[in-house]
Design a protein around this ligand. Sequence first.
Ligand code: SF4
Length: 441
Amino acid sequence: MNEPLRKAAPKISFVSLGCPKALVDSERIITRLRAEGYELAKTHAGADAVIVNTCGFLDSAKAESLAAIGAALDANGKVIVTGCMGAQPGTIRAAFPEVLSITGPQAYESTMAAVHEAVPAPHDPFVDLVPEQGIKLTPRHYAYLKISEGCNNRCSFCIIPQLRGRLVSRPAAEVLREAEKLVAAGVKEILVISQDTGAYGRDLSYAESAFGDRHVRAKFIDLMRELGSLGIWVRLHYVYPYPHIDEVLPLMAEGKILPYLDVPFQHASPDVLRAMRRPGDQEKTLARIATWRKLCPDLTLRSTFIVGFPGESEEDFQFLLDWLDEARLDRVGAFRYEPVAGAPANDLGLEPVPQEVRDARYDRFMRHQQAISTRLLKNKIGRHFQVIIDRAGPLEGRTKGDAPEIDGKVHVASRRPLRPGEIVSVKIERADSYDLFGTAA
Ligand code: SF4
């Protein structure tokens, strides 16, 4: 290779905001950029253009997206906007008329077209070197695997179905081929994501696709069985509480799928759930949780809740706190309700909960759940757990019950050096409200 004759590759700076689903979109765009010979810049100032992948879910996320666009314009001037907030181009154009292009989520082709226009592709075969599994933004030992896009539910607080459309599942063979490539590239943990993981394949009428010497149905349980045979950790996120989710619990008990379920329950009060257009029978949900725990006693349950939804009374809120006592969820996140422009919840005619009441309920909720989580974590002291190492120094990892970014960590002491991605047995010696502390065997 005649290095001095090669032109410097054009550089793109990339900002990725929002949820893991948006992160997967970012990975796809970055993979395309690298495949075409673009390099990633460390700073906006050192780049030929900036791509901002925005989040448009809550007003606070929109404000963060607008701030990121403003900062990119100040530092660079050539800014391409994509992602969920791109589905509302008027708001972005009103604030920043000079952005080069605005596209919505998953608009990879349009984003790349905007890049080509702003910074022509280098057409250099020597830089056309992309790992087969694509470029991951997560550390090499874990990766997000998106199995579908969009959602057919109509939760009244949510505009994701408007932004991302109805459910579109990927054929099972396509998902499994991506999973195999990830494993071949050294990934030790796959995090299955979508807007609604349990609904996988409904839009395809569960059609089969050819994978190796067999045909695999695009059905939640069939896909989980296949993923569970890969010999790595498989973690499920965003599981809407459908009855057929029960089928995956035996796979968790057998150690094929991680004993971890991320089920966004959102509330417990039947009236609030009805207004949210979510499944509303919380007695049944508690019975389901009990069944799940019977089928898989080591199950970790994570959930998210919204406090201060319009019409939420003090009784509704107290019902939620009492329900939390019974449900004994391991990991819980909460949001104060924020009206999202375009969400049906704005037109329900329900009394908004004053901001100071929302704040106070959020604090009470967090304190209440913290006491429950702390008790559950303390029960782990003295036991041994498998821990996947995320960071070498200081040594940090996670048990099967902790997802990266959102759950707690295990702070590990070890006599021998441990590498990220290594899975070791750790004896837990101490716990605080979120994290565990222990020594590797
Ligand atoms: S399940 Fe509800 S909250 Fe989740 S993406 Fe679908 S509509 Fe939105």
